[in-house]
Design a protein around this ligand. Structure first.
Ligand code: NAP
Length: 313
């Protein structure tokens, strides 16, 4: 039986692996079906991790993390986890090849992903002028004109955030009414450099490979009128999907308590309501969705798992 199974190999999973192995746990396995590194590996620039002054691509930034973990004994199984079950005092990890692995404790760090709009050019320019994270990428567009797609709380709150950094923020939303809370919309409407374009849809994200995004082709969804705007970055903020499938049980329930949006409810030690089961990173409730925060979650969860295993010998 493993002492600890870690599901997911992004910053939370790798930090958990580092702290668990350096903390003396034996038989710690990280299940990650692809290359470790997580979502951040598709980011072209990473400059907000404290202590790392050099600007690196997400891929280059994450490469040493696995090397460091493996040095202390973390094992990586390139296998897909289907489900985690509690069986008596331990956990059973069900894998897609129909095998099972038993573990005393589990840390789930499967993260999540921003919803994509499917607009023409979105995939081509993703990470090169199309972003889903204002906190991560807003600073790269300091003093420039940017746009946001979406009309929920995330879109309107990030418009207010970006308006402090960028010269102008155009909020493009497909309806005249907003899903965001009215008070947030009112606050945004009072900001002079936020412009609301409703009801508009994006026909195409325009740019070139060398310089990235240069503008948007928009269509008024009632009149059909078309117009173009010049922007340096489009922030697509139309919702977020957490990867909680491994928590789901055969009867459709979840192994641990979830929020209304499917995020795992944890305490400050990253413990779920199931003893021995921890959730770290973007899958947990109120995750700030930053690498530094996910890494901290992973370390916290590993320290909790060490304590749990020690007390359940
Ligand atoms: P959301 O509330 O689901 O809003 C998504 C927005 O994107 C909607 O305006 C939707 O338009 C639009 N949209 C969806 N798919 C689209 C597409 N393919 N093309 C163009 N537009 C599209 O998502 P969210 O803003 O990420 O918020 C998620 C949840 O977290 C919400 O319950 C929100 O209240 C909560 N939240 C709360 C806070 C806070 O309390 N401070 C902050 C952030 C988020 P339609 O309206 O037309 O469907």
């Amino acid at each position: 039986m493993l002492e600890l199974a870690i599901i997911g190999g992004g910053p939370a999973g790798l930090s958990a692996g580092l702290y668990a192995t350096r903390g003396g746990l034996k038989d710690v396995v990280m299940f990650e079906k692809g290359m470790p590194g997580g979502q951040i590996t598709s980011s072209s620039e990473m400059e907000n991790y404290p202590g790392v002054a050099e600007v690196k691509s997400g891929f280059d930034f994450m490469m040493p993390w696995q090397e460091q973990c493996f040095r202390f004994g973390l094992k990586h199984e390139m296998k897909e986890v289907v489900c985690i079950k509690k069986v008596g005092n331990h956990f059973s990890i069900m894998l897609s090849d129909n095998t099972e692995v038993e573990s005393k404790a589990v840390i789930v760090a499967t993260g999540g992903s921003p919803k994509k709009s499917g607009v023409k050019g979105e995939d081509v320019f993703w990470g090169k002028g199309v972003s889903s994270c204002a906190t991560c990428d807003g600073f790269f567009y300091k003093g420039k004109e940017v746009a946001i797609l979406g009309g929920g709380d995330s879109a309107i709150e990030e418009a207010i955030y970006l308006a402090k950094i960028c010269s102008k923020v155009s909020v493009i939303h497909r309806r005249n009414a907003f899903r965001a809370s009215p008070i947030t919309v009112e606050r945004a409407k009072a900001v002079p450099n936020i412009e609301f374009l409703t009801p508009y849809g994006i026909e195409e994200i325009v740019g070139n490979e060398k310089d990235g995004v240069s503008g948007l082709r928009l269509k008024h969804l009632e009149s059909g009128e078309e117009k173009s705007i010049a922007i340096a970055c489009l922030f697509v903020l139309i919702g977020y999907q957490v990867n909680n499938a491994v928590l789901k049980q055969e009867n459709g329930s979840s192994i641990c308590a979830l929020s209304e949006f499917g995020e795992a409810i944890v305490n400050l030690k990253m413990e779920t309501n199931v003893p021995g089961l921890f959730v770290a990173g973007d899958l947990r409730l109120d995750a700030p969705k930053q690498v530094v925060c996910a890494a901290a979650d992973g370390a916290t969860a590993a320290l909790g798992a060490i304590e749990y295993i020690e007390h359940h010998k």
